[in-house]
Design a protein around this ligand. Structure first.
Ligand code: SF4
Ligand code: SF4
Length: 267
């Protein structure tokens, strides 16, 4: 933020001590007008040593653009000191409300599965330090809807141990195709970028929880054996899966990959 100059208080010209200490030569005495002037485009992101060298308190530093605007109008006499104080109170109240809303939104988001996309898959899944459960789903998939509340519950149950999110195969067919997801729902648990388990079909909650628990125990064992970050190998791969059509709750195989699962007839 640039400093503001109160020219009414500026009375030690032509020698401006403040200008002499400006490391960016942003503060200078404009000789034609004989006024201390600041290059606003240069001044800013600076600890403002100039303020300490102006013993007339002619310089003010605005910590934000909003404060800069209030100060400028106050100095120009457009608003009174009392009005400036009231505006500052209102700004502070608004900023506080915005910050609280942001914190509340972040806390609320943590209670629900994350939405995985092509954009965040690498950072949120492949590079995650926590194991990650990815639910491959689609709007039209009825079995997918059955496990949604279970996953919502798992977000709280496994908080801090397992990251949980959903990937819409209609919106992100490439990722589903690359991982050879052939029917939905399919739940893939990743650890250190590798598949630790793959669950096809809408398992009942106890079985699903047991599978997740098994992976987390394997991860904990590995981490205990190899505490150094980045040296741990992935947990054992899941046992070979049965064909999707034979699994309880699984939607019939579709043309994935590379195409997304097809909408069943009649939906
Ligand atoms: S030191 Fe302060 S009062 Fe003196 S000329 Fe510079 S800005 Fe003005
Ligand atoms: S805030 Fe820094 S850059 Fe700006 S006038 Fe003061 S000393 Fe110069």
């Amino acid at each position: 933020m640039p400093v503001l100059i109160n020219h009414k208080r500026c009375n030690c010209l032509p020698n401006c001590f403040a200008a002499n200490v400006c490391p960016k030569n942003a503060l200078y005495v404009d000789r034609p007008t004989n006024l201390v002037t600041v290059k606003a485009e240069v001044c800013g992101d600076c600890p403002a040593p100039c303020l300490n060298f102006c013993d007339r308190a002619a310089l003010k530093y605005a910590p934000s653009l909003v404060e800069l605007d209030i100060m400028a109008r106050e100095l120009a006499g457009e608003i009174t000191v009392e009005q400036a104080i009231e505006e500052r109170k209102q700004v502070a109240a608004r900023l506080k409300a915005e910050a609280e809303a942001k914190v509340a939104a972040a806390a609320e988001a943590e209670l629900h599965p994350i939405k995985f996309t092509q954009e965040n898959f690498m950072t949120e899944v492949a590079q995650s330090e926590l194991p990650v459960l990815v639910d491959f789903w689609a709007e039209w998939c009825e079995p997918c809807k059955q496990i949604t509340p279970i996953l919502e519950e798992f977000v709280k149950t496994f908080a801090g141990k397992l990251k949980i999110g959903k990937l819409n195969v209609d919106e992100e067919p490439d990722i589903a195709g690359q991982l050879r997801v052939q029917s939905i729902p399919t739940l893939v648990i990743f650890f250190q970028g590798q598949i630790a388990d793959m669950i096809v079909g809408a398992l009942p909650k106890p079985q699903l929880q047991a599978r997740v628990q098994r992976v987390l125990e394997a991860v904990a064992q590995l981490q205990a054996q190899q505490p150094t970050k980045g040296t741990a190998a992935p947990p054992p791969a899941a046992p070979p899966s049965r064909p999707a059509a034979n699994r309880p709750g699984g939607v019939a195989p579709s043309n994935l990959p590379p195409q997304p699962p097809r909408r069943p007839r009649g939906h």
